[in-house]
Design a protein around this ligand. Structure first.
Ligand code: GLA
Length: 388
C-alpha cells in the first residue's frame, strides 16, 4: 500500500511511521456480539494503512487527514472542542478515535495522517473498524500513550457508536486489534474474554474464499439498528438482560410475536454454532481434518439459512453466491457481517476452488449483476506498526 507515498505527496517529507490495521471476516456468530454472545472472526491480509507524523508547526492541536480513496482536499480536524457531529463523512472515523481517546483522558498529539486501503469498502469486511484501529495505533504511538489493546478496542468502538453514529457491536474492532495469524479469535462478548483457536484450512486441503457481492452495505442505514432493537425487545419480553441468557427452546417459544421469535432463534442457534465450530477445531481426536472442515461447512450453510430466514438480513446476491458455491463443491458458505449487502464467505476444498469462482461468476452474469470480486481469506495478524 502506498500511504507513505501519499504522505510525501500531500504533506512533504517522510512520515514518522506507518501503521496497518486489517479488515476481518467472521467464521461464525453473526449479530451475536451486541446480544452478549460469541463470535469467531479472523483478520484478513487486506486492511488500511495510516502513514502519520506529529505536526511540527502551528496549530499544534489539529489533525490533517487525507486518503487515497477520497480524492477531496485534506480534512482539518481541531482537537479542541471536538464532539460528535463536528466531522462527517469518512474523516468522522479517525476523528472519532481522537475524540474517544481524549474523552478517556489521553492527550492526543496533533498529526498529519495519510490513509490508504486495499480493502474493498462497503463490502462487509470492516473497513470502518480498520480505519479506526489504524488511526488509534498511529495516534497512541505518536503521542507515546500507553493504552492496552483491550482499551483501544473499546475506544474504537465508542468512536463508531457515538461519534459516527453506527450502533455496532464489538466484534470488528476486536478482530482488527486482537487476531493472530493462523487462528480464529473466540470472543465472549459479555465477559470480553478471548482465546486464539488454531485454524489452518490449507493444511486440510481447503481454503476460504471471500466473495464481495458488490451489493453495497452500510451500517449507518436503519436496518442494522432495527435488528438490534428487535433483539433488545425480545430480551425485554423474556425478562432477561440479553438474548445470551436464553437457555433453551422453551424460552424462544414464550415469545408470541413471530418476528421476535425468529430473531431470538437465530441468535441462540448462531451462538451454539460458534461453540460447535470451536469444538470441531479443537477437536475430536480421530476425526480426519477433512471431515472437520466438512462439518464446519455444514454449519456455515445452516447459519446462512438462519440469517436469511430467521434474522432476514441476507440479500439476493448473497443467496445466489451461497447456492452457486455449494453446487460447485464448497463445503459450505454464508453471508458475513451486518447484512443487506457485502460479502459471502465460502469454505472450499482446494480441488473445487476454480469451479466455485466460475460458478458464482456465471450465476451473477445470468442475473445481469455486477461481477463479484474474490479474495483469498487467509487468517492474518492484527494491527501493527509496519517496518518501512
Ligand atoms: C457489523 C457490526 C458488528 C456485528 C456484525 C454482525 O459488522 O459492526 O458489530 O454486529 O455486523 O455480526
Amino acid at each position: 500500500m502506498k500511504s507513505a507515498e501519499l504522505f510525501g505527496e500531500r504533506f512533504g517529507g517522510e512520515p514518522d511511521g506507518v501503521w496497518l490495521a486489517p479488515g476481518r471476516a467472521n467464521l461464525m456468530g453473526e449479530h451475536t456480539d451486541y446480544n452478549d454472545g460469541f463470535v469467531l472472526p479472523f483478520a484478513l491480509r487486506q486492511g488500511i494503512t495510516a502513514a502519520a507524523a506529529r505536526r511540527g508547526g502551528r496549530p499544534a492541536r489539529r489533525l490533517t487527514l487525507c486518503s487515497r480513496q477520497e480524492p477531496e482536499a485534506a480534512v482539518e480536524v481541531d482537537l479542541d472542542g471536538l464532539e460528535p457531529g463536528r466531522v462527517t463523512g469518512w474523516a468522522a472515523y479517525p476523528a472519532g478515535v481522537a475524540w474517544a481517546l481524549e474523552a478517556a483522558g489521553h492527550r492526543v498529539p496533533g498529526a498529519c495522517i495519510a490513509i490508504d486501503s486495499d480493502l474493498p469498502t462497503s463490502a462487509g469486511l470492516s473497513s470502518s473498524a480498520a480505519l479506526e484501529c489504524a488511526t488509534a495505533l498511529a495516534l497512541t504511538d505518536l503521542g507515546g500513550l500507553d493504552v492496552p489493546r483491550g482499551d483501544l478496542v473499546t475506544l474504537a468502538r465508542r468512536a463508531e457508536n457515538e461519534f459516527v453514529g453506527a450502533p455496532t457491536g464489538i466484534m470488528d474492532q476486536s478482530a482488527s486489534l486482537l487476531c493472530r495469524a493462523g487462528h480464529v479469535l473466540l470472543l465472549d462478548c459479555r465477559s470480553l474474554e478471548t482465546s486464539q483457536v488454531p485454524f489452518d484450512p490449507a493444511a486440510a486441503g481447503a481454503g476460504l474464499l471471500v466473495v464481495n457481492t458488490r451489493a453495497r452495505h452500510e451500517l449507518t442505514d436503519g436496518e442494522y439498528g432495527q435488528r438490534r432493537a428487535e433483539c433488545e425487545e425480545a430480551a425485554r419480553r423474556l425478562g432477561i438482560s440479553s438474548l445470551r441468557d436464553i437457555t433453551g427452546v422453551g424460552d424462544i417459544a414464550r415469545l408470541t410475536d413471530p418476528v421476535l421469535r425468529r430473531r431470538a432463534r437465530h441468535v441462540v442457534t448462531d451462538n451454539e454454532r460458534v461453540l460447535e465450530v470451536v469444538a470441531l477445531l479443537r477437536s475430536s481426536p480421530g476425526v480426519a481434518a477433512e471431515e472437520v472442515y466438512r462439518q464446519i461447512g455444514r454449519l456455515l450453510a445452516q447459519a446462512h439459512v438462519s440469517l436469511r430466514d430467521d434474522f432476514e438480513v441476507s440479500w439476493p446476491q448473497a443467496d445466489e453466491a451461497v447456492e452457486a458455491a455449494m453446487a460447485a463443491g464448497a463445503y459450505g458458505a454464508r453471508m458475513i457481517g451486518g447484512g443487506f449487502g457485502g460479502s459471502v464467505l465460502a469454505l472450499v476444498p482446494a480441488a473445487a476452488a476454480s469451479a466455485v469462482r466460475a460458478a458464482v461468476t456465471a450465476a451473477f452474469a445470468r442475473h445481469g449483476w455486477t461481477a463479484p470480486e474474490f479474495l483469498d481469506a487467509i487468517p492474518a495478524d492484527s494491527a501493527r506498526r509496519l517496518v518501512v
